[in-house]
Design a binder for this molecule. Structure first.
Ligand SMILES: NC(=O)c1ccc[n+]([C@@H]2O[C@H](COP(=O)([O-])OP(=O)(O)OC[C@H]3O[C@@H](n4cnc5c(N)ncnc54)[C@H](O)[C@@H]3O)[C@@H](O)[C@H]2O)c1
Length: 363
């Protein structure tokens, strides 16, 4: 019998791509999302790509009663918890929303899971918990520090999970620290659809390429990097999605034999970076996107932004060792897939040319 995984934030960018991976790997998936930052069209598209059905609940992870009702209806083996707010700037102006949604939502979810004795969890953390890294590549044992309420909400949840696992050894918790997700599903049917101004580089470049924005501002051209622009670790969203599958397998395979007491893995709980291990500068990303799209990307240089670091990329060694996982797709593939998604959906999921109703998709 198929085992069931509950995915929170299922219609979001990373959640939707992970649902595809899970369904293709033979999992039964139940999705929930309150749709505060995503479109309900995503479900039909996932079903179209995979040929599998995805029961979906429009629900908030802060709604304890709704979660308990859902968990009573479905025999859930594990949960992947993507649901959360993620805009750093917004978190500075609205910190309470971020703590309520991200920290409060996670605690409500954990309580509901505990009440049903479901204790296998994968949590979406972020490289933001490393703050300004002292050295690169960043390993999981690097000092943690945060510079904004979004990052603090992620670090607080990590700490809650550590305490929870310590209080009850039945919990199996994978904390995955993502670097910079980019790209889209190769079908062009799923991708990142930011509301308002994109916070991340790749969707911003894609919107310049499609003509929705006039130019890209590059903040800082005097960093101590090869071309003076900031360096980040861009990881293809499908590689990231596969990382969740690998983490799920690892969590459920735990039999105590692998338990060790280092900071990466302890009694079946572990924390790993999901990145490529390669740094790419803003200008390199722009050039790669121009090549993939055949479009010119206008750029303007501006002063450095406070809080931005020169260079940030992962050590992916622990993920390889623990999960037997590593990123496979390169920058060019990320740009090609991002462009396919952007050009087929110029206004995102609401583009009339490509809007497909669930009926269209399932016929
Ligand atoms: N994209 C990145 O750059 C990045 C990097 C590191 C970590 N993360 C984390 O990964 C997770 C997924 O990110 P994403 O890029 O897919 O973001 P996203 O905004 O596309 O997806 C998050 C989803 O969660 C939903 N959601 C938010 N609050 C909810 C709530 N209270 N109840 C139910 N649903 C809720 C939103 O509607 C959205 O569909 C987030 O937790 C984010 O913080 C993202």
């Amino acid at each position: 019998m198929k085992r069931t995984v509950l995915v929170t934030g299922a219609t979001g960018y990373i959640g939707s791509h992970t649902c595809v991976c899970l369904l293709e790997a033979g999992w039964q998936v139940i999705g929930i999302d309150n749709l505060c930052n995503s479109s309900p069209q995503v479900i039909a598209r996932i079903e179209h790509i995979t040929g599998s059905s995805l029961p979906f609940y429009q629900s908030d992870v802060r709604d304890y009663a709704a979660l308990c009702a859902l968990l009573q209806r479905h025999a859930v083996t594990a949960v992947i918890h993507f649901a959360g707010l993620k805009a750093v700037g917004e978190s500075v102006s609205q910190p309470l929303d971020y703590f309520d949604n991200n920290v409060g939502g996670s605690i409500t979810l954990l309580r509901a899971l505990q009440s049903r004795n479901i204790k296998n969890l994968i949590f979406s953390s972020s490289a933001t918990v490393y703050g300004e890294p002292q050295t690169v590549p960043i390993t999981e044992t690097a000092p943690l520090s945060v510079t904004n309420p979004y990052g603090r909400s992620k670090l607080m949840i990590e700490q809650v999970l550590t305490d929870l696992a310590q209080s009850d050894p039945q919990w199996r918790i994978a904390t995955l620290r993502y670097f910079n997700p980019a790209g889209a599903h190769e079908s062009g049917l799923l991708g990142e659809d930011p509301r308002g101004t994109p916070n991340n580089l790749m969707p911003y470049i894609a919107q310049v390429a499609i003509g929705r924005r006039t130019h890209l501002s590059i903040y800082g051209d005097d960093y101590p990097t090869a071309d003076g622009t900031g360096v980040r670790d861009y990881i293809h969203v499908m590689d990231l999605a596969r990382g969740h599958l690998a983490a799920l397998r690892r969590l459920l395979a735990h039999d105590g034999a692998h338990a060790n007491t280092n900071t990466v893995s302890h009694n079946g709980c572990f924390t790993v970076n999901l990145g490529t291990g390669h740094g790419v500068s803003v200008l390199q990303a722009v050039r790669a996107f121009e090549q993939a799209s055949g479009r010119h990307i206008a750029v303007r240089f501006a002063a450095r932004r406070p809080g931005d670091v020169a260079s940030c990329y992962a050590s992916p060694a622990a993920a390889l060792q623990l999960l037997d996982w590593q990123a496979e797709k390169n920058l060019q593939q990320m740009c090609e897939d991002q462009w396919r998604w952007q050009s087929a959906n110029p206004q995102g999921f609401d583009s009339s040319a490509t809007s497909l109703s669930p009926t269209d998709m399932t016929e």
